[in-house]
Design a protein around this ligand. Structure first.
Ligand SMILES: [Cu+2]
Length: 222
């Protein structure tokens, strides 16, 4: 039973034109058609780093990222790894973002702050980034809860620009929201409550948060 449903999932992945395309920066290769590629494979869909010099020049202040997703929604992450032949994508540029609506999704200039923060943690300056090679990794968690991977190779350049508006558009009905914890609920009537009230609130809130998580998991499975 488990084996057959697993096969079903795998064959769906192989046959359907599901999953996502990367439109910008140029991806390492078309992971939907290359024989040895599979978006299920961490960290980069089993596609090696670009060797033919076609890296995209990407601004040191953070560039645009554009994908075309086939799923009605997918939890989306973008990570950055500095250097060449890297597997340590330790700088998060986009986190906990729920892409909604299938189609083209473009983040024009929204990763600058996250990049800056990541550089600070790595003790790197924006100036030092100029001319450095790096790879971007896009992860989507969609149907069945599996993660899909694609990577793009870049060279940071202080002269590179973000995409023009006409090249960075969201498809009709495509957008996204940041996924947050159900914190709003635990703050209800929070500020003025006594220590004891807080304890009581925390206890009563817990099952609610739990069911929220279950609902999210259910949604992914559907
Ligand atoms: Cu898919």
């Amino acid at each position: 039973m488990l084996a057959s449903s697993l096969l079903q999932v795998l064959s769906y992945g192989a046959v359907a034109s599901a999953h996502f395309h990367v439109l910008y920066p140029e991806w390492r290769g078309d992971s939907l058609t290359l024989d040895t590629a599979s978006q299920w494979i961490w960290p980069c869909a089993n596609i090696s780093e670009t060797t033919n010099g076609t890296r995209t020049k990407w601004p040191t202040t953070g560039g645009s990222i554009s994908i075309n997703g086939s799923h009605e929604f997918a939890f989306t992450y973008v990570n950055l790894a500095l250097g060449r032949n890297v597997t340590n994508f330790n700088i998060s540029l986009v986190e906990n973002f729920n892409q909604t609506g299938a189609g083209e999704l473009c983040l024009k200039d929204s990763v600058g702050a996250a990049l800056k923060e990541g550089l600070e943690k790595s003790n790197l300056t924006e100036e030092a980034l100029d001319g450095k090679d790096a790879s971007l990794q896009v992860i989507q968690i969609a149907h069945s809860g599996s993660a899909l991977y694609n990577c793009m190779d870049i060279t940071f350049s202080k002269d590179a620009k973000v995409l023009e508006d006409d090249k960075c558009k969201n498809g009709t009905g495509v957008g996204g929201t940041e996924i947050g914890a159900a914190e709003a609920h635990s703050h209800e009537g929070g500020e003025e409550s006594t220590g004891e009230d807080k304890k009581g609130a925390a206890v009563s809130v817990k099952p609610f948060v739990g069911s929220g998580v279950v609902a999210v998991v259910m949604a992914v499975l559907l």
